[in-house]
Design a protein around this ligand. Structure first.
Ligand code: AMP
Length: 377
């Protein structure tokens, strides 16, 4: 008889930090959460040592862990679902490091460290790309360039935030009392990094991020969509290397470049005081969300609901209102009283709106824990 998977540790292993949460999956309650920082730069020397700190922090709670779920950035086209990270799958995942040279070594290093510290406990990889890549059709996922680049280098759309989009898709189906296989949604994860996904019959058919998380919406420090020729022009004029251009577009663009801050709260405060740069940045953000939203509503054949989540989606009354004001053509009107609320599942569109707009707090860690149980079950 298979052992019941009840106590699940969720690990998000980054290049210099390791976040964890411990769940009791019978009741889906969180038993503990914590963070180990400065790995390899003053704190623990590596991820194995960081995990020893986790065990110390957990104390007695570290006993009897049945399984460990890991957040992994990129599953390429190999991982279309979460997977047990046995030897064969680790070898496959290591071949995908090229898609995330910063995050992947840390993600996989976290798995290897767990193999050492939690001997005999199974490790499950939950890939940020899997929910998208599993079902996205080629017409949405391929780029209009010579197919040899796809064949040689895997250049195509993968999408990210998949774990969050999956969590809110399942939660929205439940909220709407519809079977998952019948639910059409546009899911919007709006945080420091942001993406939209078009969900038809519970499955992704398009998403705004691409080969990397740089594509799509205006984000905290990322530019989102831009004419590729604009990038080439800047590189030529400023003599930038590909690495420098990557840093410029990923770390020094978006809201930060437009306003001097990447934090939505600061920008809303500045806009309220009449700062025109902050005002423009918020309008650019809202405009682009509305633009994709309209397109996605079309390609899924009409949404049953629009779902908002992430730091901005869950909390920013102001940004939500700016987005909803642009959705009149979809028959959506903002309910100002409901939109003033936070931190729960709330419908922020008026009752007579044609499509309800629902705020659902995301829980990527719980989704990872659920997938871990499912994969091992
Ligand atoms: P995340 O990456 O999901 O943690 O989201 C971070 C973003 O959420 C930042 O731009 C924050 O300014 C924004 N955010 C968090 N809390 C609030 C809030 N209470 N009001 C407005 N924006 C918020």
């Amino acid at each position: 008889m298979k052992k019941e998977i009840r106590k699940v540790l969720v690990v998000n292993s980054g290049s210099s930090s390791l976040k964890y949460q411990l769940f009791d999956m019978k009741s889906e309650t969180r038993l503990a959460k914590g963070l180990v920082e400065r790995i390899g730069c003053g704190g623990p020397k590596d991820h194995a040592e960081a995990l020893k700190n986790v065990v110390a922090q957990l104390g007695d709670a570290a006993k009897g862990i049945d399984a460990i779920g890991h957040r992994v950035l990129h599953g390429g086209e190999v991982f279309t679902d979460s997977a047990l990270m046995n030897k064969a799958n680790m070898a496959k995942a290591k071949k995908l490091v090229k898609f995330g040279p910063l995050h992947m070594p840390a993600n996989l290093g976290g798995i290897e460290a767990c193999e050492k510290i939690f001997k005999g406990v199974p490790n499950v990889g939950v890939f940020d790309t899997a929910f998208h890549i599993a079902t996205m059709p080629d017409c949405a996922g391929m780029y209009a360039i010579d197919p040899k680049f796809y064949k040689k280098y895997g250049i195509r759309k993968y999408g990210f935030h998949g774990t969050s989009h999956k969590f809110i898709t399942q939660a929205a189906a439940k909220f709407l009392k519809k079977p998952l296989s019948k639910v059409n949604l546009v899911t919007c994860h709006l945080g420091n990094g942001s993406s939209l996904a078009a969900i038809k019959g519970g499955k992704v058919i398009d998403t705004t991020m691409g080969l990397t998380p740089l594509a799509g919406l205006v984000m905290g420090t990322r530019c989102g969509n831009i004419d590729p020729a604009a990038v080439l022009s800047i590189m030529e004029a400023e003599h930038l290397t590909p690495h420098e251009a990557d840093t410029l577009l990923n770390k020094k663009s978006g809201l930060l470049a437009l306003t001097g801050s990447s934090d939505c709260r600061d920008i809303c405060a500045k806009a309220a005081k009449g700062d025109r740069h902050a005002e423009l940045a918020l309008e650019m953000l809202a405009y682009r969300v509305a633009l994709y939203l309209g397109g996605y509503n079309t390609v899924i054949g009409g949404a049953d609901a629009i779902v908002l989540t992430g730091g901005i989606g869950e909390n920013s009354t102001e940004v939500r209102e700016r987005i909803l004001k642009r959705l009149g053509a979809l028959g959506i009107k903002v309910d100002k009283k409901a939109n003033a609320k936070r931190g729960e599942t709330i419908v922020i569109s008026t009752k007579d709106s044609k499509i309800p707009v629902v705020v659902i707090p995301t829980n990527e860690e719980l989704m990872i824990a659920r997938d871990t149980v499912r994969v091992l079950g």
